[in-house]
Design a protein around this ligand. Structure first.
Ligand code: CP
Length: 317
C-alpha cells in the first residue's frame, strides 16, 4: 500500500547537518512528512517504501527518543532494522568505527543512523566509506542533531502555519546544545522573523551572528511577546566542569514557570527536545500544560525520520 504521490527532483546522499540545506529541500521533507503523519493515524501504519533495505542504528551515546523513533520510522517503511548494542560489540576489542560500518555494509546495511559523543564523527564516516550507503547524523557532540532541528521546525509549522512574523525564543544551555545549533540553522533558513537566544551569559555560544539572533540574559524580556518557547536542558555531559552553582538557583532565574508564561503570547507553544528535567529548566505545570507540544514533537519525529530515510533511498519519491 502506498499513496505517496509527492515528487521531488531533490537528491541527497547523507544527512549530516541542516547547515547548507535549502529552504526548498526542508519544505519538501516537511511535505512528505505530512503524508507520513496521515499514515501514522491508520490502523495499519506500514508502507513498503523501504522494503528490502536495512537500517542500522549505531548509538555510541544514550538515547530514548531518537533511537526508538528511527526504529519505528524504519519499521513503518518496511525496512529491516538492526540496533547494534555498542557495549557488547567488538568496538571493545579495538575495532575501528569504519571497520564496524564496513562489516555492517557487508551484511547489506543501507542506512546508518549514527549518534556519537564526538563532533564530526558522522561526517568522518561518510567521508571514509566507498559504498553507496547513507549516513544520518543522530547527534554528534555539541555540533548537530539535524533530524531534531527538522522535527522542531516542522512542529512550529504544524501549530503556527508560517514562519513569517514569528518570534521564537530558544532558552537555556545553548552553548553546549547540538539541538539549538540545528534549530538555529533550520529557523534561519525557513525565515523566522525573530530568533532569540535566552539564558545566562555562560550558556551563550561565542560564534553567534547578531544580525540573525538576539541575545537575552533575562527571562521576562527574553520570552516577552514570543509565539514559541523552545526549552533546553543543561547539557552537563558536555561541560568540562560544573558551571552552574545550583539547579535551584538556575530554576529561579531561567526555569519556565506558569508565572513567566504570562509574558509570552497567549497562544504561545512550549517545546522541548527532551529529556526534560522538571524543576530545573521547566516547571511540571508548564511541561504538562495545554500549551506544551513536547509529546507532539516526539510523534512528529517519526514522520520526519520516515521522510528523510525515504528521500535518501528513493530519489524518485
Ligand atoms: N531529543 C533527543 O535527542 O532525545 P534522546 O537523547 O532521548 O534521543
Amino acid at each position: 500500500m502506498s499513496n505517496i504521490k509527492i515528487k521531488t527532483e531533490i537528491n541527497f546522499q547523507h544527512l549530516l547537518s541542516i547547515e547548507g540545506m535549502s529552504k526548498e529541500l526542508i519544505t519538501k521533507i516537511f511535505d512528505i512528512a505530512e503524508t507520513f503523519l496521515k499514515i501514522g493515524k491508520h490502523d495499519v501504519k506500514k508502507v513498503p517504501l523501504l522494503r528490502g533495505k536495512t537500517v542500522c542504528n549505531l548509538f555510541f551515546e544514550n538515547s530514548t527518543r531518537t533511537r526508538t523513533t528511527f526504529e519505528i520510522a524504519a519499521k513503518r517503511l518496511s525496512a529491516d532494522v538492526l540496533n547494534l548494542d555498542i557495549s557488547s560489540s567488538s568496538q571493545s576489542k579495538g575495532e575501528s568505527i569504519i571497520d564496524t560500518v564496513n562489516n555492517l555494509i557487508a551484511m547489506s546495511g543501507n542506512i546508518f543512523v549514527i549518534r556519537h559523543p564526538e563532533s564530526g564523527m558522522p561526517k568522518f564516516i561518510a567521508s571514509n566509506i566507498n559504498k553507496d550507503v547513507h549516513i544520518i547524523n543522530a547527534g554528534d557532540g555539541n555540533h548537530s542533531h539535524p533530524t531534531q532541528g527538522l522535527l522542531d521546525a516542522f512542529t512550529i509549522r504544524k501549530y503556527k502555519k508560517s514562519f513569517n512574523g514569528l518570534k521564537i525564543a530558544i532558552v537555556g544551555d545553548i552553548k553546549h546544545s547540538r539541538v539549538a545549533r540545528s534549530e538555529m540553522h533550520a529557523l534561519s533558513i525557513l525565515g523566522a522573523s525573530e530568533i532569540r537566544l535566552v539564558g545566562p551569559k555562560i550558556f551563550m555560544p561565542d560564534d553567534v551572528d547578531p544580525t540573525k539572533f538576539q541575545e537575552f540574559n533575562e527571562m521576562k524580556a527574553g520570552i516577552s511577546d514570543v509565539d514559541v518557547i523552545m526549552m533546553l536542558r543543561i547539557q552537563k555531559e558536555r561541560m568540562q566542569q560544573e558551571i552552574i552553582p545550583s539547579e535551584k538557583k538556575y530554576f529561579e532565574s531561567f526555569g519556565l514557570t506558569t508565572e513567566l508564561m504570562k509574558y509570552a503570547k497567549k497562544d504561545a507553544i512550549v517545546m522541548h527536545p527532551g529529556p526534560i528535567n522538571r524543576g530545573v529548566e521547566i516547571q511540571s505545570q508548564v511541561a504538562d500544560s495545554s500549551q506544551s507540544v513536547i509529546l507532539a514533537q516526539v510523534t512528529f519525529g517519526i514522520a520526519i525520520r520516515m521522510a528523510v530515510m525515504t528521500m535518501l533511498i528513493d530519489k524518485n519519491i
